[in-house]
Design a protein around this ligand. Structure first.
Ligand SMILES: Cc1cc2nc3c(=O)[nH]c(=O)nc-3n(C[C@H](O)[C@H](O)[C@H](O)COP(=O)(O)OP(=O)(O)OC[C@H]3O[C@@H](n4cnc5c(N)ncnc54)[C@H](O)[C@@H]3O)c2cc1C
Length: 312
């Protein structure tokens, strides 16, 4: 019930919700303007810009190649229907971008698919969709989790993503996949811990899309993502951050390293590291796991879970 006397209005600023000592919120939602007006600006900017190359460019991490509409959608500042109608209108007006629009609409469709999944399985964030994953023997590894969440794994693309997330509340979709895969496959840490961390730190944290993304990465989800797909963080960086500028932006201590060494500093010659002011183990960590060994360990663990699965 409405109170008998309406409370006095309070300006949001007066609530002093933003931190001051220190003010770590400065970069939150960097480049985004919360609210309906901001959502419309983001949409029209996207329609006139990145949409024209979306199908090819959306996985590139160093440029703004996606719509950045996720937080606006999350908070109901714009509807998916409005976005879809506007994108379809752009394809009518510019038939040459039709395939980009179709790709974009398909991505938007994943959001609805996640909502449908959550409707069918309200426990999406806590229970694997594939029952055999219930007994997966995840490792307890507090120092691994700490290194991952702080962006100190020694794998620059993973660290860049985790630091972008911490500082801005956003992470590029491709890097979400790489960072999530690293936690679940390289460290064998329970996907639910990663899901919780993303839930706490993403501005677009969504009760459906977030657990769906994590279950997809873990291989326990609704689609056919094979459990044996284990992203190689160095190769992923080579493809999706070819010149290293995404890593250099978020991991400034590697800022003087050129590609290819900026994505695998442990492979750089000693002289190159010295010139770039990088001292492994001091200014930037050694990799906390060896990729080949971690991959073999994950494959064995996942294969065991599958072989123990009851016939269905
Ligand atoms: C582990 C993991 C966790 C994720 N958690 C979230 C989350 O909490 N909230 C969230 O909105 N998205 C989540 N995603 C999906 C995706 O990363 C973001 O939607 C996307 O990066 C948002 O940026 P954008 O708006 O520029 O995307 P665009 O590429 O411009 O896509 C347009 C819109 O389509 C929807 N969309 C795109 N990809 C997906 C997807 N894979 N699943 C569901 N919807 C999608 C989003 O609403 C997005 O705003 C997650 C993905 C992974 C791998």
């Amino acid at each position: 019930p409405w109170p008998p006397e309406a409370p006095a209005r309070v300006a949001v600023g007066a609530l002093r919700l933003t931190p001051t000592k220190p003010d770590w919120s400065g970069e939150l939602a960097l480049g985004e303007r919360p609210g309906e007006a901001g959502a419309r600006v983001a949409l029209s900017g996207f329609l006139d810009g990145a949409l024209g190359g979306y199908a090819e460019d959306r996985d590139q991490t160093s440029r703004e190649t996606t719509s950045r509409l996720s937080s606006h959608l999350r908070f109901g500042e714009i509807s998916a229907r409005r976005i879809a109608a506007a994108a379809a209108g752009a394809a009518e007006a510019r038939p040459q971008i039709r395939r980009h629009v179709e790709k974009f609409l398909a991505e938007l469709g994943w959001r609805d698919f996640a909502a449908a999944l959550l409707f069918a399985r309200p426990d999406l964030a806590t229970r694997p969709l594939r029952p055999e994953f219930e007994r997966f023997a995840f490792r307890r590894d507090e120092s691994g989790f700490r290194a991952w969440s702080r962006g100190e794994t020694g794998y620059p693309i993973v660290d860049a993503g985790m630091r972008q997330l911490w500082r801005t509340g956003y992470m590029h979709n491709r890097v979400r996949m790489i960072a999530a895969s690293f936690l679940v496959k390289h460290l064998l840490i329970d996907w639910r811990r990663g899901e919780e961390w993303f839930w706490d730190t993403l501005c677009d944290a969504d009760p459906a899309s977030n657990p769906m993304g994590w279950q997809w990465v873990a291989g326990s989800g609704a689609d056919a993502a094979p459990y044996f797909r284990i992203f190689n963080p160095v190769l992923q960086a080579e493809k999706f951050d070819p010149d290293g500028s995404y890593v250099r932006r978020w991991v400034p201590e590697l800022g003087q390293l050129e590609a290819p060494h900026v994505r695998a500093p442990w492979q750089a010659p000693a002289g190159g590291l010295a010139r770039a002011g990088v001292v492994l183990g001091k200014t930037y960590p050694h990799p906390i796991v060896d990729h080949a060994a971690a991959r073999a360990r994950a494959l064995a663990a996942f294969a065991e879970t599958r072989s123990a699965a009851p016939a269905s």
